[in-house]
Design a protein around this ligand. Structure first.
Ligand code: CU
Length: 536
């Protein structure tokens, strides 16, 4: 697979020097056991907002400041998380089993990371704001965590999640307008698994042999506290991309995991702000990817490395059978991640990894009723520093331009006019990647004509399943096809490079009904849970 070089390139010219960041080489690696996020336990049942006679699980999750030991030799680090630590508790549910979550903002009144008050959404707003989005969930708009639906400490909102979708590795994270990159960096993310009978019947490794791995990069100062670099420009601390010099796996720096010589299932999430990972094992052993963002692939894909852009998920099976007594490091191309310590004694393994995992019908292009051309744009100042990112050269507050009809299928051409790879995420829907193709940026910019300069590149084998986030590589047109099913209403699509997202690389989109398209009066869906929602 071609690795986009820009994924690792980082123009540091506009970033102030960070003399206080510790050198991760000064920390002894693999001295802390890998933490496993606790499974959220249910506290009570409450009536469903759709049917008051139906009782459904209700959970309350508080967003709180915590002090977390990231490494044996570091002082506790101030972080913000869901529940007791970072990442937040693992939410486990089943397909078709709805639930309610009350997300309570119990954060302190002051932010500890550098807010850029020039950014849209941060200007004139309280410093501490939060709203939760379950990434990959097919949720009603009022429970999707619209970026302007944030609320301040002392407030909470109860969201309804129908979970009317296939088994998949979803994740939840903050989405507050203009400070999202800071809130997630502070630790506001966790995993959310939907299971279903078809997946359970496969007999994949489960229980203690199924391990979530939420990985992200960070930078730490000599006092053990999180650093977020700033531009060095007074009153304009925003930087184009954050790249840390160390990684956290489930909230620990360079942890180890004792494993038995058998198959394990790893549910991997790239929770980084901007870093794309290229994961591999130090013994060059291959492993299998069995699922991607929105569930199982059709069949396992053998890999010796895995490319994972921010917000993408990979469901992996690693078999340690032939590595008794070995110590194997999971590496990124730039940074080590964690160590597996394989026990010497043989271990029985009744788990399976079937050759066929699921049936995925490829959506024919003929089902699309609309093709959109959507550019990804970067704007630089006179010395070549990025100062603004847009989707389709349009600001967040401009009128909605993407308004697919409910249950219709569209093809979106993501025309990347920048030199970066952008992970593009659509809320509400799952999609398939059709292809990528090099094009002439100059010709498009000047003449608005798409002139292709390279062959059609099909998706990688591990991108052939259902996705909700796609890598839009530089100077390429990335085509996706999506059916806009679920709910009418206002959602967003955006770049999941959080520095970009916070600086305008996010747009509202609106799923409309066929009736509203014809100009009829539409009654909003009869669902409004947990207090007032922002007018939109
Ligand atoms: Cu971007």
């Amino acid at each position: 697979m071609l690795l986009p070089l820009s994924a690792y390139a980082h123009d540091m010219s506009s970033v102030a020097p960070m003399p206080l960041a510790i050198d991760p080489a000064s920390l002894t690696p693999f001295v802390d056991p890998l933490p496993i996020p606790p499974v959220l336990s249910r506290t009570e049942l409450r009536p469903s907002p759709l049917n008051s006679r139906l009782e459904i699980p209700y959970y309350r999750i508080a967003m709180r400041q915590c002090a977390q030991k990231l490494h044996r030799d570091l002082k506790p680090t101030t972080m913000w998380g869901y529940g007791a630590g970072v990442p937040g508790p693992l939410i486990e549910t089943a397909s078709g089993k709805p639930l309610l979550i009350e997300w309570a903002n119990e954060l302190p009144a002051k932010h500890f990371l550098p807010i850029d008050y020039r950014l849209h959404g941060a200007k004139g707003q309280p410093d501490v704001r939060a709203v939760v989005h379950v990434h990959g969930a097919k949720a009603p708009p009022e429970s999707d965590g619209y970026p302007e639906d944030w609320y301040v400490p002392g407030k909470s909102k109860t969201y309804y999640y129908p979970n009317d979708q296939h088994a998949a590795t979803l994740w939840y994270h903050d989405h507050a307008m203009g400070i999202n990159r800071l809130n997630i960096y502070a630790g506001m993310f966790g995993l959310y698994f939907i299971r279903d009978e078809a997946e359970t019947a496969l007999g994949l490794p489960s229980g203690k042999y199924e391990i979530p791995l939420a990985i992200c990069d960070r930078m730490i100062d000599s006092g053990g506290q999180l650093l977020y670099p700033v531009s060095g420009k007074p009153n304009a601390p925003w930087i184009p991309e954050f790249f840390g010099n160390l990684t956290l796996v489930n909230g620990k720096i360079l942890p180890f995991l004792e494993v038995e010589p058998r198959k394990y299932r790893f549910r991997v999430l790239n929770a980084s702000n901007a870093r794309h990972f290229l994961l591999s094992l130090s013994n060059q052993a291959h492993f299998h990817q069995i699922g991607s963002d929105q569930g199982l692939l059709a069949a396992p894909v053998a890999l010796d490395n895995l490319y994972l852009a921010p917000a993408e998920r990979a469901d992996l099976v690693i078999d340690f059978k032939d590595h008794r007594g070995d110590r194997i490091v999971l590496n990124d191309s730039a940074l080590p991640m964690m160590q597996f310590r394989v026990s010497a004694a043989a271990s029985p393994d009744s788990s399976a990894m079937p050759a066929k995992l699921s049936t995925i019908r490829r959506t024919p292009e003929s089902e699309s009723i609309k093709t959109r051309l959507l550019t990804l744009n970067e704007y630089d100042n006179e010395v070549g520093e990025a100062i603004l990112m847009l989707l389709n050269a349009t600001y967040w507050h401009d009128p909605v331009t993407e308004n697919p009809v409910l249950d219709s299928t569209e093809i979106w051409n993501l025309i990347n006019l920048t030199d970066d790879s952008h992970p593009i995420h659509l809320h509400l829907v799952r999609f398939q990647i059709l292809d990528r193709r090099k094009f002439d940026k100059f010709s498009y910019t000047i003449h608005k004509t798409l002139r292709y300069t390279g062959p059609v590149v099909p998706p990688d084998p591990n991108e052939m399943g259902w996705k909700d986030t796609v890598r839009a590589d530089p100077a390429m047109v990335t085509r996706i096809i999506a059916k806009f099913e679920g709910y009418p209403g206002r959602y967003v699509w955006h770049c999941h490079n959080l520095d970009h997202e916070d600086n305008e690389m996010m747009r509202p989109y609106e799923v409309i009904t066929a009736a509203s398209q014809r100009g009829a009066t539409v009654t909003p869906p009869p669902m409004c849970i947990g207090g007032s929602l922002a007018q939109r």
